[in-house]
Design a protein around this ligand. Structure first.
Ligand SMILES: [Zn+2]
Length: 446
């Protein structure tokens, strides 16, 4: 069988199924596998987006017997984008011709396209037409029709051959492609092969070449970092090896604490120690000693850590108030009592030492006489004050109100008759104490 070459040049203002008019090459991503620790997430892509009114040149090589098939295919393709009654100008072998769609049949001048092609004596025909933004979609259609003849399409001199619905040969190399909207997306870097096309935009996205960085676990004292993947080509950071989750360095930080600051328990991750700390920026603030609070109250912190071993009074500021605060097992405890501390016995009121308190204060063991908040455990005498709601003069021995004492007690003003710890100013008469009889007038021994 002899092949005849027909050069058809169509300058058509119709939408062609050419993947090449106005190409934008958006690069898909080509992934390069690097070293052993690297992985690849996406293939490089080159995206070709045709611009409007690009001129495509298609050369068909047909046998005599396939001419009709070609003509019918062209009729179909042109019919896709030429509405009934529409006319276009194309160039056939360099000669301008007018195309018109009459009820679905394409005419060139006064002949049907089929008759026209049949009338051409050569077997190579070059057709030129104006491609536009629909080129990509139409091209796939064109490829599907092209079984019985060969053709090549040139855009600005770049030749596309052997179209199938998913592959095309450019510059001797076959590429996979897909049509995405008005663009043709090639797998791989086709950028240089497409160089020279002016009627399209070409963009390229490189593959990400990933290097994996294993997680570093946080400790209470140092922040950690999640596993991540960094592209050695573009520097982007991803949280997974499929590159679909781009992250920032901040996103990668980990902590053994659930919040960035506060008095918190170290609970997160394998290096959490379950202890409670005053946390700043996700780590224990080891420079901090003092009081800090969380929802459960105020805590005594030593070098950044809640010190549960402390039961004592501690100087510091709680809720804006400075003073000596009563801490029980690390926690500021709002008791009102007389408590033994490392600095002696002190009167505690609502958790705080009252250093201006002089008088009687109680705890579970009784009532105590305090001067400026302190109970010396050495004071003995008779002092005025209120004990258990009763105001009077009270007999105190070793700082404790002797509420079970009844008898004669003394202070610098003399000896007094005391009953249940209290001086009996209302009593006058005789009292026998330790075998001795005392005469009492208004509570005082005469
Ligand atoms: Zn990259």
């Amino acid at each position: 069988m002899r092949l005849k070459k027909i050069a058809l040049a169509c300058a058509m203002a119709f939408t062609l199924a050419l993947p090449f008019s106005g190409f934008t090459a958006n690069g898909p991503v080509s992934v390069v596998e690097a070293a052993s620790s690297a992985s690849v997430c996406e293939k490089a892509k080159t995206t070709l987006t045709p611009t409007v009114n690009s001129v495509a040149q298609v050369t068909f090589t047909v046998t005599k017997s396939s001419k009709v098939k070609l003509a019918k295919d062209l009729n179909t393709i042109l019919g896709i984008t030429m509405t009934n009654g529409a006319s276009k100008t194309i160039s056939v072998d360099g000669v301008k011709k007018k195309l018109i769609n009459k009820g679905g049949t394409i005419y060139i001048d006064d002949k049907t396209l089929v008759d026209y092609v049949k009338s051409i004596s050569s077997t190579t025909t070059t057709v030129e037409w104006t491609v536009n933004t629909k080129t990509a979609q139409n091209l796939q259609k064109f490829a599907a029709l092209s079984a019985s003849y060969s053709y090549k399409i040139a855009i600005d001199g770049v030749v596309f051959k052997n179209f199938t619905s998913s592959t095309v040969n450019i510059g001797g190399k076959t590429y996979n492609y897909t049509v995405n909207g008005n663009s043709i997306v090639f797998e791989g870097n086709v950028k240089s092969a497409l160089k020279g096309i002016n009627c399209a935009t070409v963009s390229y996205s490189d593959a990400h070449v990933l290097k994996k960085y294993a997680a570093v676990y946080a400790t209470p004292f140092k922040r950690g970092r999640r596993t991540y993947y960094k592209c050695t080509e573009c520097g982007k950071i991803f949280s997974n090896s499929s590159c679909d989750k781009e992250v920032t360095v901040d996103d990668l930080r980990t902590s053994t604490f659930k919040a960035n600051s506060g008095v918190l328990q170290s609970t997160e991750g394998p290096q959490a120690d379950g202890q409670w700390y005053k946390v700043k920026n996700g780590v224990a603030d080891t420079s901090f000693t003092g009081f800090a609070s969380n929802a459960n109250g105020w805590w005594y912190i030593v070098d950044g850590k809640v010190d549960f071993s402390v039961t004592d009074i501690v100087k510091g500021k709680v809720n804006g108030v400075s003073g000596w605060w009563y801490v029980k097992e690390g926690k500021v405890t709002e008791i009102t009592s007389v408590e033994k501390t490392s600095k002696g016995y002190w009167v505690i009121q609502n958790g705080k030492v009252n250093t201006s308190f002089t008088g009687f204060a109680s705890n579970a063991n009784g009532w105590w006489y305090a001067v400026n908040g302190k109970v010396t455990m050495k004071t003995t005498g008779i002092f005025k004050g209120t004990v258990d709601g009763v105001t009077g003069w009270w007999y105190v021995k070793n700082s404790k109100v002797q509420s079970s004492f009844t008898g004669i007690a003394s202070n610098e003003n003399g000896k007094w008759y005391v009953k249940n710890g209290q001086v009996q100013f209302g009593y006058s008469g005789k009292v026998v104490y330790n075998g001795k009889t005392y005469t009492i007038v208004d509570g005082k021994v005469q």
